[in-house]
Design a protein around this ligand. Sequence first.
Ligand code: 0A1
Ligand code: ZN
Length: 867
Amino acid sequence: MKTDAPKVIKLSEYKQPDYLVETIDLTFHLDSTKTLVQSKMTVSKNTTDAAPLVLNGEELILKSVKINGEAFTDYKHDEEVHTLTLNRVPAGSFTLEIENEINPEANKTLDGLYKSGTIFCTQNEPEGFRRITFYVDRPDNMAKFTTKIIADKKLYPILLSNGNPIAKGDLDGGKHFVTWEDPFKKPSYLYALVAGDLGFIKDTYKTTSGRNVALEIYCDKGNEDKCHHAMESLKKSMKWDEDRFGLEYDLDIYMIVAVDAFNMGAMENKGLNIFNSAYVLADQKSATDGNFYGIESVIGHEYFHNWTGNRITCRDWFQLTLKEGLTVFRDQEFSADMNSRSVERIQSVLGLRASQFAEDAGPTSHPIKPATYMEINNFYTATIYEKGAEVIRMIQTLLGVDGFRRGMDKYFELFDGQAVRTEDFIHAMSVANDNFDFTQFKNWYGQNGTPLLKSTSKYDEANKRLTLTLTQSFPANAPKDAKPYHMPVRVGLIGADGKDVASKVLELKTPTQDFVFENISSKPITSVNRDFSAPVKLTTDLSFDDQLFLMAHDSDSFNRFEAAQVVAQKLMLDLIQDAHAKKPLELNAKYVAAFGKVLADTTIDEAFKALSMTIPSEGILHQELAEIYYPETEAVRDFVMKTLATAHQDILLKLFTSIDQKGEYKLDPKAMGQRDLKIKALNLLSMVDGDKYKTLAFDHFKSATNMTDEIGALSVLINSNSSFKAEALKSFYTKWKSETLVMQKWLSVQAVASDDSAYDNILALEKDSIYDRTIPNLVRALLGQFAANNKVQFNHPSGRGYKLVADRMLELDKLNPQVASRLASGFKDYSRIPKDLQAKMKPELDRIIKTDGLSKNVYEIVSKILA
Ligand code: 0A1
Ligand code: ZN
């Protein structure tokens, strides 16, 4: 931690490592407070520069250094800059032995080796390994690892690391050991170790080529029954990657460990994934459909990394999207194949817009391949992940599914076992596809800001010709010298009967381009950017009635969904200005009627209907406002929901009651869609005046037999500020207080409650025995949700929301800078909030940035907000 501005790391200054570690044998003498780490490495020179050997090392107590078996003393351990510099090391290859001590229990950063409850575990991406031992801790140093773990046999009967177990045995003093060997070279960020008295479930998977792989999922004892969905998801992932990409698993054993204390979702360590327990544990009673869906997707994501990330890794951290964008794309495709493709696409675009579009328009906007960073942990972002996945998806759209597959095959053929750059991926895609020209496409990697796309059309009746004009431009925060994008724009032309008369992927390359469609017998309606083929903000010349037509007829389910969003968004933005001007609010009657038509449409499935009933979120609306009016946005959203619900009570009630949930609990897309539709209907109904539907919600809550219904109804009771709220919250707490994952949901629904009591509730909840600020999930559930998703209360005119979050950020920064820095996201609206709120927010941001010993994580984000 530092007070002066941290150093900026630049991609342009990349230099190969001067030395490479080729093999490393680690021995751990595990102890909660004094773990001894012995490391024996073979090291060799990698460049011709006359440079000392500089190893990374953080919070390590150095015990001894030996070179080629002899004590070595010509070194400098600089604990300020976290390096160990060895001077005058031998010229050729040599062995380097280092002993150091660490204190896992005191490590609350959850980076390196730490304890989650009684379990020892590790997190080494991106730079955690240097908190375990001194090392060339960068992804372009790939080495073979072996690990001997020595620990008390009673306390830690299970000892795990990467690769295959090759030896084990008992030792004196109640200890035992297990030795693991990973045959694959890997960077240190993929290294993992786990030790504990764990419960587990086992299974096997037979690969297409006939190899048997042992599958093991570990968890706290007592949770074994909650691991089955994760196991099924793992087997589906393994099969899918074989079928879709011809990729088989490459070790004899695949292990997953669930821990409660984890900074992110999960981690793809070779052969030994470590997961946030929220992405492993689930059963009908305690997990929602969203949780089940999320588990399948994250299990898939980490599994798919075995090829895209582990077999081929990143040369440096500027290349992060190489593995993350590609792997998110792969997990989205997996989810689409396992569930409903259209629902998956709509959900992922909604997610992209809510988080990535907001990020890309704000103070921390960055390209998917950034050129600089202060703290790499701040770059595990929606941009690197989600926009990165969109860029990969565009490559597939340009090349076609088969061409993309050929490119993937070529990528593995050329780069397996290497640490490479995004350019290498593009190169493989190109050579496998007749040298497809990606020169201009590469602009997607280096330019920030969401591109704007405008579509207009002209119909020439005499010549039966439709000319579509596409114009691209850049948002205000794009680079001054931004160059036009090469974007695939999927377009459909729809005839008066609702049928497609043309459908095509257009390639837009210049700022403005005309595309001519011949033989179009009558004026069609244009459906542009179908399936969200390019990640842009689209405006069109379509009228309100045209949009209603698309809502009813578009054969592209994404654009059918989108049309309703476009209509609602336009109306709501106008209403927000009305609310701000204190004018009475009135909702367009045509829209109310069209919404009713969707509710009554029996040709669409429940999941799609539930999605179509979702009106634009506050966050989406805020993105379109030059000055953000929080209370007005919320009031308009409430007004629109109440108006729609009041007008369509009968059909909503029918939707709610006609779906019978008495049968067996199922997790297929149909059953999940039905539960979602019921809750969406209930949520709208609860906005209607009077107690009738709130009573219905309370009944739904009490009779719930699964968590989707139970927490869904609880959330409805809270959002509608119903008189049953307190009783429901209390009974939920009594029932679930021993299950931390469920308590996280209970905290979240209260943290986002928009009435004035949210602030006092948060202070009280922090004192509850279920809360623990060293567990990131709990902090995120309470303070993270408050800062990010309770805009009205976070931006309370008194400034108390700002002060609370700033206080907690500073407290947490001393424990866990990664968690602290993510809480800062609530402040990112700073430049667009009204002056009186700015006057309250600014002193808090100043107070944070001036704090002595502030982490570079928080410094980087807050300094960008203030810039
Ligand atoms: N590679 C992981 C994400 C991850 C990143 C950092 C972590 O700790 C600081 C943990 C996980 C993934 O994409 O799933
Ligand atoms: Zn990932």
